[in-house]
Design a protein around this ligand. Structure first.
Ligand SMILES: [Zn+2]
Ligand SMILES: [Zn+2]
Length: 156
């Protein structure tokens, strides 16, 4: 997703861009729906401040029953884009929060694709559960205990 910032020359000028990205754009993400939402860009003088508010449906695999289930995620993030090359300041010990979220670009176009991809990835849960009460699979016969009661005895 590319945002042309040619018109943002005056400090404080801004634009808002609707987002509609089809799942094929990110084949490595388990997307079930297009990524929708909006992105606002404000020129702050030194940097372009991006605020994204997105929504997408993702397919997850339950860690207990291994069933696939859909979940809708709201993804909001703020990032900063600066034209040119990063300044290397010698002796700089700690990077401020904003510096960590600053990306550098050349020309008049900001490519937001990598940011969107990264922010979706970090939003995905490590241990997805189809439901808090998911009963999982029987360790003996492998039956999905959400749907069947198997005859195995569980002795603990
Ligand atoms: Zn489950
Ligand atoms: Zn069983």
């Amino acid at each position: 997703m590319h945002i042309n910032i040619t018109d943002l020359k005056v400090v404080g000028s801004s634009l808002e861009v609707p987002v509609f990205i089809t799942p094929e754009v990110f084949p490595d993400l388990p997307l079930l729906s297009p990524i929708r939402g909006k992105v606002s860009v404000v020129f702050r003088g030194d940097k372009f401040v991006i605020n994204a508010s997105l929504e997408v449906e993702v397919q997850l695999e339950c860690r207990r029953c291994l069933g696939l289930f859909p979940q809708i995620f709201k993804i909001d993030f703020q990032e900063f884009f600066q034209q040119g090359m990063p300044r290397i300041t010698e002796g700089e010990v700690e990077l401020e929060e904003e510096e960590l979220n600053t990306f550098y670009f050349q020309g008049e176009v900001i490519d937001l694709g990598p940011s969107i991809r990264e922010n979706i990835l970090v939003s995905l849960p490590w241990n997805p559960l189809c439901s808090e009460s998911c009963r999982g699979l029987c360790p003996t016969c492998g039956a999905n205990l959400n749907f069947v009661d198997c005859q195995c005895q569980t002795e603990e």
